[in-house]
Design a protein around this ligand. Sequence first.
Ligand code: FES
Length: 274
Amino acid sequence: MFKVLENEVLAPGLHRLVVEAPRVAAARRPGQFVIVRSAPGEERIPLTIGDADGASGTLTLFVQAIGAGTRKIVAVPPGGFLRDVAGPLGQPTHIENWGRVACIGGGVGTAVLYPLAKALAEAGNQVTTVIGGRSAEFILLEKELAAFSAEVRVTTEDGSRGRRGFVTLELEDLLRNPARRPRSVFAIGPVPMMRAVAEQTRPHGVATIVSLNPIMIDGTGMCGGCRVVVGTEARFACVDGPEFDGHLVDFQGLADRLTMYHEHEAQCRLAHAG
Ligand code: FES
C-alpha cells in the first residue's frame, strides 16, 4: 500500500498527487513511469513520474481523470492509500548536451515534460519551452518551467493566455529562424499534437523525441498491450520506450489502439452516473 500525502487539483480534471514510494523514488530517472492501481482488481494505469524526492521517498504524479480507472485514483484523498505503485518502468530519457533544444508540452503532457526539460537544462542545454492548452486554466507549471528554461512560450486555443492557436505556431517560428532553431525537439502531449510536431520538424531534419502513453497492462513486455509500430518494427512502449523517434512512430496505429476501449469506458461512465 502506498500513502497519498497530497492531492491537489491543478486544472479541471487534473490532479497532482504526492505519494510515499521510497524505493521507486530512489531508483527513478527522468522519462520513467509507474503503473498504479487504486485498489485490488482495478485497472492498471501507467503514469509518468513527474518528479521524485529520494530524501523524503516521495513521487509526484500528474493524473488526468479521463476514464474510470484514473477517476478512482484521483478520488484518493490525502492520508488514503493506493494499492500498487509499480516501477520505475521503461527506459530513462537519453540526455546529452545538444546545445539548443525545444521542449513542447500539450495539456497534461506539460507535467510529463517538466522533469525531462529540467534534466536537459541541467545537462547544459539552452531550453526553449513551448506549452499549450485549451485555455488559460489548462496551462501548467509555467513558473516552474521558467525557472530553468531560457524562455517559455505559451499558446491557448481560445487566446485566453499567450498566443492564440496551437504550440506548432511557436515551434514554426523557432524552426524558421536559423539563430533559434533547436537541434533536438522533445514533444509530449495528445497524439495529434505529437504527430503534428513530428511532421513539422521532419523537413528541417531536426531530431524529434516523443513520449507515448498507449494502453498498458502488465508493464513488463509480456502482454503486448502497449505495442506501437516504430519504423518497420513493433516495439513495446513499456520496456522499449516510452520515448521514441517521432519521425518513425505510426501515430495512426497508436490513435486507433487508444480508442479500443472507448465503448467500455462509456458504459463505466453510465454505470458511475447511475
Ligand atoms: Fe504489456 Fe507493455 S504493457 S507489453
